[in-house]
Design a protein around this ligand. Structure first.
Ligand SMILES: O=c1ccn([C@@H]2O[C@H](COP(=O)(O)OP(=O)(O)O[C@H]3O[C@H](CO)[C@@H](O)[C@H](O)[C@H]3O)[C@@H](O)[C@H]2O)c(=O)[nH]1
Length: 477
């Protein structure tokens, strides 16, 4: 019987893409394996990932997608944020996952079910069906260490992180202020805390933890996890660091296919001096209030730097509106009067979305103001572009500490108590990044990491060896 690996990502595009890239890697390494991807259909953004899946199905025919039926949550499920919504959907998906696995195993011998870290609930399904469960963690090893250590931290106090004014010690990472912990985990009384806690308990019990990082980027914490320091009272599953996994882009295709705005942005970069432009882009969910957008505009204008800035409409509605469903922003209403005209010789504002990987790899880009989503960080590292870390949600404040203090590849953007960042801070950090000694030092460090990332995937490199070990273990089990 042909051998198969089943991948089960969570629905947000960043997670889905990372999992699909993992699938491509597995296939490149072991073309005789069959790769199946289970797609959860959430009651939001259902169509946002469809074009991506269609494109991959065409270009990688040996990867098969199985769309699970759409979930309608009962009216009683009271969700407070995207994370809780995702967990609820995944929970209700379990019977369909069971069905899909049974159906795949009629034709294939399933060697592994690789689940996104969020999917603790499907662990049980894999165990029932005698399939080896693996987890794929799409963030930094540093934040993985936090999750693995959470049950230990939980026992040390009865307080929520939001009520603690201390630095939290986690093996392998710098002391992290309690308020910088992963956002949905700040309050223990919230549902999301319990959901994540379950993931923290389940993950180390799996057959292996795969992470999208590479050893040279996070050596201290990779060692701490591998040495079992983050789960002090039980064994930790083997850790496989197989990053950086980046969705591949064909620059020519990006220019040709997307036409209009996207092409405009790359063509504009063509006309700018080498390493002179600061790129500002805030992930798939990053939105700012109108006041904050104006403050950024003022800071950028005063900084005198060249910039390429992705601007979206401010948030609206209970859980905000997904980017794909957003109206085009009206820049004349959102930005200060005359801003576009005054900065037209050195700045370009792009509406809603930019081809980030192509932009970061353009020679004119010399800095990146990012929300610290892990895919964005890895894209910046592989392009060798130094960052200003402006976290917004999820584990991004935690990442800011890792980027600024441990890896030394970003300058921190510092917000006030209520999360607002002043134009003075924007101006200062952007200048610092592009002109100061500190900026130069992180530029050098990220250039070294760019080379280390290449080496990790070169002959005998750490990520290449880790992937080979993982796949071999499936082939011979
Ligand atoms: O205008 C845009 C905006 C985003 N992107 C791409 O979208 C992806 C965004 O991914 P990421 O930077 O990881 O941000 P999120 O989508 O916010 O990712 C979620 O998932 C990550 C991985 O687990 C976490 O690190 C983040 O905190 C969490 O918010 C990246 O590949 C970007 O290149 C674009 O191409 N153009």
């Amino acid at each position: 019987m042909e051998k198969a690996v089943v991948l089960y990502p969570t629905p947000p595009i960043g997670h889905l893409r990372a999992m699909v890239e993992l699938g491509k890697l597995i296939l490149a390494h072991q073309p005789s394996l069959s790769v199946h991807v289970l797609i959860a259909t959430p009651p939001y953004q259902a169509e946002a990932t469809a074009p991506y899946i269609a494109a991959v199905s065409n270009s990688v025919p040996s990867m098969t997608f199985h769309r699970l039926p759409e979930i309608t949550l009962p009216p009683s499920s009271n969700v407070a944020n995207h994370e809780e919504l995702t967990f609820e959907v995944l929970h209700h998906n379990n019977p369909y996952v069971h069905e899909a696995l049974v159906s795949i195993s009629n034709k294939y011998k399933i060697k592994a079910l690789v689940m996104d870290f969020f999917i603790s609930v499907a662990f049980q399904v894999a165990t029932e069906l005698n399939i080896r469960p693996y987890y794929f963690y799409t963030g930094a090893a540093g934040s993985l260490a936090f999750f693995l250590y959470l049950p230990t931290l939980h026992k040390q106090t009865t307080k929520s992180f939001k009520d603690m004014d201390v630095l939290v010690d986690i093996p392998g990472v710098p002391p992290i202020p309690a308020r910088d912990m992963v956002k949905p985990l700040l309050d223990r009384s919230q549902k999301a805390y319990g959901f994540f806690f379950d993931c923290s308990i389940t993950t180390p019990k799996s057959a292996g933890i795969i992470t999208n990082t590479f050893e040279a980027l996070e050596p201290r914490v990779v060692k701490a996890i591998s040495d079992g320091l983050c789960v002090p009272d039980a064994p930790t599953a083997p850790l496989y660091c197989i990053g950086p996994l980046i969705a591949s882009v064909d620059e020519k295709k990006t220019r040709d296919a997307s036409g209009g705005r996207v092409a405009e942005c790359l063509t504009w970069l063509d006309s700018q001096p080498s390493k002179s432009v600061v790129f500002l882009c805030f992930g798939s969910l990053g939105l700012f209030s109108k006041e904050q957008l104006r403050e950024i505009a003022t800071g950028l204008e005063r900084s005198g730097q060249r910039f390429l800035w992705v601007v979206r409409n401010p948030p609206s509605g209970h859980l905000g509106v997904a980017i794909s469903e957003q109206q085009e922003p009206d820049l004349n209403v959102l930005l200060p009067e005359g801003f576009l005209e005054r900065t037209k010789d050195r700045g370009l504002v792009v509406k809603s979305w930019a081809p980030q990987v192509a932009v970061l790899n353009h020679d004119s880009v010399g800095g990146f103001v990012t929300h610290c989503g892990w895919n964005s960080v890895l894209e910046s590292v592989t392009a060798g572009v130094p960052m200003v870390a402006w976290p917004l949600y999820a584990e991004q404040r935690f990442n800011r500490v890792l980027l600024a203090e441990e890896m030394k590849i970003a300058l921190p953007m510092v917000e006030s108590e209520n999360g607002f960042v002043s134009s003075v801070e924007v101006e200062k950090r952007v200048r610092e990044l592009m002109e100061s000694k500190e900026g130069k030092s992180i530029r050098e460090q990220i250039a070294a990491m760019k080379e280390a990332a290449k080496a990790a995937w070169g002959e005998g490199g750490s990520s290449r060896v880790a992937l080979a070990k993982l796949v071999e273990s499936w082939m011979h089990a």
